[in-house]
Design a protein around this ligand. Structure first.
Ligand code: FAD
Ligand code: ZN
Length: 622
């Protein structure tokens, strides 16, 4: 009797974790390599699961593919590893035990980071090895990404008539990472030819059963479930699972009630857990009818999730319609905030459209821009624009930060990769970079759809308007514009540029960006001294100052006051030139010297009013 014939008559018990057991023995390298170096360990684990009552065991090949083995530099051993793994399992399995060849999913929370063509190539290689060695079926497990599973299942179905078990993994009960409801996903897998469809990993019995309650019995295929033992705990530098076998014994009946025909274990489970399942389901009469609990609430929520009304008109709309001035005033590096608030107040009175606040720019510690942004908004009525760098926060921190900003009513953000920690005042600090500016933009835009980065329902839609950085101070502005186009494709609403220090550069930027619909705020920063000009030119990444301007500043080398005046005059000329070409002006305040940007803001407003027939002045929004 083959696996499917047997499943049509009874509930079968599968084995539990391989990886967790090897890890608990102290193995901290490649588990699949042990097929070659420690076959006795692998066979002992298979043996233990069979003795516990497993009817189906899986080969130790979860990550034995090119993509994953290359982390260990053994990607050329795909064939040896898979062949050895099948031999080990078959050697231990008696006539009554089925051996399924396991192939695990590769894609995680950032699916597009592994191109589908790479997945196909790597999958085909592993599949051929397993089929050649002779398995009783295939187990495609731990697929978070439905596209990946659909792709490999299609390939496998063409290659073999053997039974195929196709299992997805869920970050949260009921839906896949891309928000596909679990029922739809399993129906799709059955259509693509899977004989057994189900769930494994990530969820323990409680959440897996909650999901199973929503799952209809498949038409032809059988249902499978391989729950984890529990959530993992991390102690003494190691992960471990706490779920005990008695808990599994008591949940076995519920898995049966949900129509599960193939019941095994995933991470954290041991032969004891499998023994508990086997004991609890001794009679193994399968359920052929069940009442499904429809839980479409969540999906409906996504469509109907409330969308907050933003307090301000989006800057990208304002700047498309009329000249607009925003000013950067960075949070101080020390705890005294008096000058910062004075500056914010004065700039607000000057009628700027928003006050932008850097996120530890140049990787140098400053007071959190979230805190100061909140205070200037609340106390002074200033519209804050918060820079968010990917350097200081991981995926969790970034999302919680964004949710916090939304909660505080701060909906204007600039999404940047951020200067790396090594350039700043804590060079040993780690630069996180879980995502780059592109993915950060995408993350924020997804929140505007009511979804977290992994696709979790947020219950409400955020209303962020997302700026991205533009650095035109590079050898090839064309290349920089290609980056802008990519940022637009990820969802950037408008751009804010690094400071530009010559009229030629302004013109070059204009010529290279005039085809874009996405507006640009052109960066302008008053120089304060010759030394300041030389530092920026020579030492700050992304800033280049025209020789003529550096010479102008050098002329006042010994007169700081005159030098600052000169800096203002140069910037005024640049404002005139910029306003001929762009509606957006972004003034950067050096060293909290807001009197400089204040004068420039007044000047720019006046010039914009003159140039655009006073349309600017009357439409200031607060
Ligand atoms: C308006 C503005 C505000 C800023 N605010 C902050 C801040 O608050 N905190 C902070 O830490 N930094 C800030 N920066 C600096 C910024 O993070 C760096 O200049 C960054 O390298 C470029 O912007 P990004 O982070 O969006 O990089 P991305 O465009 O995401 O680029 C990432 C990486 O690619 C490189 N790169 C960028 N353009 C090109 C190109 N044309 N060719 C080849 N490689 C390229 C960059 O050097 C960078 O390492 C700001 C920059 C701008 C323009
Ligand atoms: Zn697992």
């Amino acid at each position: 009797m083959n696996l499917l014939e047997k499943l049509s008559k009874e509930i079968l018990i599968a084995d539990g974790a391989m990886g967790t057991l090897l890890y608990s023995y102290g193995t901290d390298s490649c588990f699949e390599e042990l097929n070659l170096s420690h076959p006795e360990q692998i066979q002992a684990i298979h043996q233990a699961y069979i003795e516990a009552g497993a009817d189906v065991i899986q080969t130790n090949t979860y990550a034995a593919n090119y993509l994953k083995l290359q982390r260990y530099g053994i990607e050329d051993s795909v064939k040896e590893i898979n062949s050895a793994a099948v031999r080990h399992a078959k050697q231990v399995a008696g006539a009554n035990t089925f051996v399924v060849g396991t192939i695990g999913g590769n894609r995680g929370i950032k699916p597009e980071s592994i191109p589908i063509e790479d997945i196909k190539r790597s999958f085909r290689e592993q599949l051929d090895c397993l089929l050649l060695e002779g398995v009783d079926g295939l187990l495609l497990e731990t697929f978070y990404d439905l596209e990946e599973l659909e792709t490999v299942l299609t390939i496998a179905r063409k290659e073999t008539k053997l039974p195929i078990i196709a299992q997805v993994s869920l970050q949260e009960p009921g839906v896949l990472q891309n928000r596909t409801p679990i029922n739809d996903a399993l129906i799709r897998l059955e259509e693509l030819g899977a004989n057994v469809v189900g769930l494994n990993c990530r969820l323990g019995p409680y959440h897996m059963l909650l999901t199973l309650e929503q799952i209809k019995l498949p038409q032809q295929a059988f249902l499978s479930a391989y729950p984890n033992a529990s959530l993992p705990a991390y102690t003494d530098g190691k992960f471990h699972y706490v779920g005990d076998a008695d808990y599994f014994r008591s949940s076995a009946e519920s898995f049966r009630d949900q129509g599960v025909r193939l019941l095994g274990g995933c991470c954290g489970t041991t032969p004891d857990h499998i023994k508990a399942f086997a004991a609890a389901l001794k009679d193994r009469t399968p359920v052929t009818n069940k009442v499904v609990k429809f839980k479409q609430k969540e999906i409906v929520m996504k469509e109907k999730a409330p969308k907050a009304k933003p307090e301000y008109e989006p800057l990208q709309d304002i700047v498309k319609r009329r000249p607009s001035i925003i000013v950067e005033l960075d949070p101080p590096r020390k705890l005294n905030t008096k000058k910062f608030f004075e500056g914010a107040k004065a700039l607000k009175q000057a009628g700027i459209d928003a006050l932008t606040m850097a996120d530890n720019s140049l990787a140098t510690v400053r007071i959190s821009n979230e805190s100061l942004g909140y205070l200037v908004k609340k106390e002074l009525g200033v519209r804050p624009l918060i820079h968010i760098a990917c350097r200081d926060r991981n995926l969790i921190g970034l999302q919680s930060h964004l949710m916090g900003l939304f909660t505080l009513g701060m909906n204007d953000v600039l999404a940047i990769t951020g200067d790396p920690a090594r350039v700043g005042d804590f060079p040993g600090a780690s630069s996180v970079y879980d995502v780059s500016s592109f993915e950060l933009i995408q993350m924020i835009k997804q929140m505007n759809q009511g979804l977290s980065f992994s696709g979790k329902d947020l219950g409400e839609k955020t209303v962020f308007s997302v700026a991205a950085a533009f650095n035109p101070n590079v050898r090839s502005v064309e290349k920089a514009v290609k980056r802008l186009e990519k940022k637009i494709s990820y969802g950037a609403d408008y751009f804010i540029s690094q400071p530009v220090f010559s009229e030629e550069k302004l013109l070059e930027v204009y010529e290279n960006t005039k085809h874009l619909d996405t507006p640009i705020y052109i960066g302008l920063m008053p120089l304060t001294s010759s030394k300041n000009a030389e530092f920026l030119h020579n030492e700050v990444p992304g800033i280049k100052i025209a020789d003529s301007i550096r010479e102008q500043m050098f002329a006042y080398n010994n007169d700081p006051e005159q030098a600052a005046r000169e800096g203002i005059e140069i910037t005024k000329q640049l404002i005139d030139a910029a306003l001929d070409l762009f509606n957006g002006i972004y003034l950067i305040t050096p060293f909290l010297r807001y009197e400089l940007t204040l004068e420039l803001a007044h000047y720019a407003k006046e010039r914009a009013g003159i140039l655009r027939g006073n349309s600017y002045v009357e439409t200031t929004i607060y």
